[in-house]
Design a protein around this ligand. Structure first.
Ligand SMILES: [Zn+2]
Length: 284
């Protein structure tokens, strides 16, 4: 089946040069990420091998809290090398307030980025804090989806900011904004499911976990309640697409639901269409 990976941290040389070691500690410990850089060609090759048509590459700005960022410019340059295979998600630091809003506008209008990634546990902010409403408003105005880290964080982030319940109010106050709850909110899985269930502008995203360890309840609601709002992602280098997709074969879901999760739902979010019928099986 065709697939779009909605959650990829590129770790090219220029990205690793600005990223502190602790950020990848989890990937190193749990998933044998050895910390060596890859190239755009390497990324495309492993996408081809796994059967991934496109990947969303994420910038990362936590300058206020930790003093570093993977800039939107760096990610836009990677995307520009293979715009047929990558889309870029901007990152801005919400604690920069007006500047963050301007940077988001620049990233989307001038750099061509197609989404925003936010990481409350690392950027230290509550999503429903009114001080950050101008940023949500700008994302809504630009018509881009926002991928939000929800749940705990293995890289030293502060857990309380990851509670997906805060996004309920954001989703309600910005009804035209598409919000993606990354990592299905673990350990607040039921809360994340509830938010996605009652707010039709919210999406559940499955990255950072092998499908075989994703709680059964996620698959039950994905199939029964909101099959059009569940998204495949890896959180590479935490998880590889090859492994995720291999393990996904063992999950008992109808093929049309699998196609939506792997491809059609992200396609619609990013490009406003469903990209045609399911493609030939590509081994993924
Ligand atoms: Zn991530």
């Amino acid at each position: 089946m065709k697939a779009i990976d909605i959650h990829v941290h590129p770790y090219t040389e220029e990205v690793l040069a600005v990223t502190p070691d602790w950020f990848w500690g989890h990937a190193r410990k749990t998933f044998n990420f050895d910390g060596s850089p890859i190239t755009v060609e390497d990324m495309v090759r492993s996408m081809d091998e796994a059967g991934v048509e496109m990947s969303a590459l994420l910038a990362f700005d936590c300058e206020t809290t930790h003093g570093w960022k993977v800039s939107n410019e760096v990610v836009a340059q990677l995307v520009a090398q293979r715009p047929d295979r990558f889309v870029g998600f901007a990152s801005v630091d919400p604690n920069k307030h007006e500047l963050a809003v301007l940077e988001l506008e620049h990233a989307v209008r001038d750099l061509g980025m197609r989404g925003l990634k936010l990481h409350p546990p690392t950027q230290h902010f509550y999503p429903n804090d009114r001080a950050h409403y101008p940023l949500w408003a700008k994302a809504e105005e630009l018509g881009i989806p926002v991928l939000v880290h929800t749940g705990h964080n293995q890289s030293g982030g502060r857990m309380q900011y990851g509670d997906p319940t805060y996004l309920d109010e954001v989703a309600l106050d910005f009804p035209n904004l598409k919000i993606i709850l990354a990592h299905f909110g673990f350990p607040w899985v039921n809360q994340a499911i509830s938010v996605v269930w009652i707010r039709r502008n919210c999406y559940l995203e499955l990255s950072g976990w092998s499908p075989k360890y994703i709680p059964e309840t996620v698959w039950r609601y994905a199939k029964g309640i909101f099959p059009d709002r569940v998204l495949f992602g890896t959180d590479a280098p935490v998880m590889t697409a090859a492994r995720w997709l291999k393990d996904f074969e063992g999950i008992a879901l109808p093929d049309d639901v699998k196609h939506k999760i792997l491809y059609a739902n992200s396609r619609r979010l990013l490009f406003g269409d469903e990209g045609g019928a399911p493609g030939p099986d590509s081994g993924g």
